[in-house]
Design a protein around this ligand. Structure first.
Ligand SMILES: Cc1cc2nc3c(=O)[nH]c(=O)nc-3n(C[C@H](O)[C@H](O)[C@H](O)COP(=O)(O)OP(=O)(O)OC[C@H]3O[C@@H](n4cnc5c(N)ncnc54)[C@H](O)[C@@H]3O)c2cc1C
Length: 595
């Protein structure tokens, strides 16, 4: 099985070209980070992921986390405890967080680049730190000073991990249906009763405390999402010195047996089973639980999009290596004994993978950049514009990034032929691991509804149009640089997406909902064209400067392939978007079952 090689040069290219990192580093709060430090960090962390996390990826798929039904304890896959200790000791967890809580104060986009490498190396492991980052985010934004003092330093360092507890058996996409209760106690704290399912790293043996963030209803709370509050529930309550002491009334009652990410413990958590209730502390205001969750949603959804990129990148690396080695048939214009890399259809598959990986990396880094700008720019109107763009891009990042992971992992298996279907080669695991990504953190169907519902309506549709205008600027730059065909292709995609958005605005709700997923893909492919256009411009300039070792010429070809094979699908996708709901809504429910 091929090992993982961190694509540090590609990551740096995307940071500079798509996320304009040099400009970002000049913003207040980031001036302590210079370009050389970024290079060093990416190389060092890339090596760490290759050497510490990647070797545990396949073994964790085979010998997974286990649960002890008597004690409720979860033992993680062999090697995970030691790998986590190394990660902690090296200080990697703290890199992007506020220096006031022991963090390194790096831009979020750098953290995203680090997440890419960690997830590629070992998705099952990376989920632990990822959930902790989400919990840190929520505490940072809505925690009281005392709560931040109590928890953040240890979570930022990674000494304690965090979890997000939303899902219950009857409350999945519809979080408002949750029934976990929070009852006030005489001392001002709360007692939590209820069961949560599918809680990632809800229990494990890597740290001496776990800080659960739990959504629950207080007595008399209104129905639906309006009545939800958020609580901090530590696994171990803290003594006066802030150290873990008495066990709280929270227990893992089982872990799931899954298709993929098998090393990651997905826990059923029982709160208040012992009778007295789990001690919880309200985070934010009563009934504002969903607002608290939404604060971290942009980051969390973006991070899941990155998981998609990561799996796709690793699958591509494996497939490209295999195609270079596998001999089968005489490639056109080649010799007997040449590898399958000479077959046009194999090249088509590899370029389909590679071009979309580069496009989606650009989107994800741009999305992270907008979050950084929305928090750090000195000018309030720039912050607001960036926040709007981040809001529009987030459903694309999550849904496109994760749908592509499944498609690209599937293509990797196809490149391997029959060997791809055999577990030893590793690509079968990538396909299995990828399959959860379009489901959790808001299914991709929900992301599409978010795009056509909330995001396209922002500022009367002007936030979406502003993004299309930015893409049109890149089309003009392409034309000025002599890349006329790319310019025309991008302009045409922008025009058809703009027209389709206009038509959707005047459509019935059921028609909009029926076309939402096709439209999300059309917009994503167009934004991908934007990123590939910027890539082409930068690559052409580098080639013209004469210092190319073949790297930039390949970047130009990859962009050309994207324009020829991916961007052209926007027309058809927009047609699909507008074909209405007649056929979709025609059958009675019972007709789906009987044929
Ligand atoms: C491995 C794993 C890890 C997870 N980790 C966590 C975690 O750490 N914390 C946590 O709280 N949860 C976690 N989850 C739960 C996850 O977020 C949910 O599974 C997800 O939100 C979907 O909910 P559901 O499974 O109930 O599916 P459902 O909501 O029942 O959805 C079923 C289908 O119906 C569609 N659908 C539902 N409602 C609508 C609608 N309004 N419009 C259009 N389509 C709709 C969905 O898109 C989907 O295709 C995890 C799940 C798994 C499997």
């Amino acid at each position: 099985m091929a090992s993982y090689v961190a694509p540090v040069r590609d990551i740096r290219f995307a940071l500079d070209v798509m996320a304009d990192l040099p400009q970002l580093l000049s913003l207040p709060g980031f001036t302590h980070v210079d370009s050389a430090t970024v290079d060093e960090l990416l190389s060092e962390y890339g090596r760490f992921c290759e050497e510490v996390f990647a070797p545990l990826d396949r073994s964790g798929d085979i010998v997974t986390s286990t649960h002890d039904a008597v004690t409720g304890a979860v033992t993680t896959a062999p090697g995970f405890v030691d790998a986590y200790k190394q990660y902690l000791d090296a200080g990697w967890n703290a890199v992007p967080f506020d220096p006031a809580h022991g963090g390194g104060g790096f831009p979020w986009v750098i953290n995203l680049a680090m997440q890419e490498m960690m997830n590629s190396a070992n998705l099952g492991f990376a989920l632990g730190p990822l959930l902790t980052q989400g919990a840190i985010d929520a505490l940072t934004h809505i925690g009281t000073e005392e709560q931040q003092e109590t928890y953040l330093r240890k979570m930022v360092s990674g000494e304690w991990t965090g979890t997000m507890n939303l899902t219950e058996p009857q409350a999945g996409s519809d979080v408002g249906a949750l029934t976990t209760k929070a009852v006030p106690a005489a001392d001002g704290t709360w007692r939590i009763f209820g069961q949560k399912i599918f809680i990632t790293y809800g229990e494990h043996d890597m740290t001496n405390n776990i800080i659960h963030l739990v959504l629950a209803r207080t007595p008399g709370a209104p129905a639906g999402t309006k009545g939800i509050s958020l609580f901090v529930v530590p696994k171990f309550l803290l003594d006066d010195a802030g150290n873990p002491a008495a066990a709280n009334d929270v227990r893992c009652v089982g872990i799931e047996h899954k298709l993929g990410i098998k090393a990651s413990p997905t826990c059923v958590m029982a709160y208040g089973d012992a009778g007295e209730g789990a001690v919880g502390y309200m985070l934010g205001q009563e009934f504002q639980g969903m607002r608290g969750m939404f604060v971290m949603m942009n980051n969390a959804r973006l991070s899941v999009g990155v998981q998609g990129l990561s799996v796709a990148e690793r699958a591509y690396q494996n497939a490209a290596q295999y195609a270079l080695e596998r001999v089968q048939g005489r490639p056109i214009g080649g010799q007997v004994g040449d590898s399958i890399i000479g077959h046009p259809d194999v090249r088509r598959m590899l370029l389909t993978m590679r071009s979309q990986i580069e496009a989606v990396r650009g989107l994800l880094f741009l999305n992270a950049r907008t979050l950084d700008v929305s928090m750090h720019h000195a000018d309030a109107s720039e912050r607001e514009r960036a926040r709007e763009l981040a809001d529009v891009l987030t459903p694309l990042s999550k849904a496109w990034g994760t749908d592509l992971a499944v498609e690209i992992a599937s293509l990797a298996i196809q490149v391997y032929g029959g060997m791809g279907f055999i577990e030893e080669t590793g690509v079968a695991q990538q396909y299995r691991d990828a399959r959860i990504l379009p489901i959790y953190e808001g299914t991709n169907g929900i992301q599409a509804l978010d795009l056509v519902g909330r995001k396209m309506g922002m500022r009367g549709g002007a936030a979406f149009s502003d993004m299309l205008q930015l893409i049109e600027h890149t089309a003009s730059d392409l034309a000025s640089a002599g890349l006329g065909e790319m310019a025309a292709g991008l302009s045409s995609a922008v025009a058809v997406v703009g027209k389709t958005a206009g038509a959707l605005a005047g459509s019935q709700q059921v028609e909009v909902m029926s076309g939402a997923t096709a439209f999300l893909r059309a917009v994503s492919n167009t934004v991908g064209g934007w990123m590939m256009g910027r890539q082409a411009l930068a690559a052409q300039a580098a080639v013209a400067a004469g210092a190319d070792d073949g790297y930039y010429a390949a970047k130009l070809v990859t962009a050309q392939f994207y324009f020829e094979q991916i961007l052209v699908t926007v027309d058809g996708l927009c047609q699909q978007t507008l074909c209405g709901s007649d056929a979709i809504m025609a059958l009675r429910p019972d007709q789906f079952a009987s044929r």
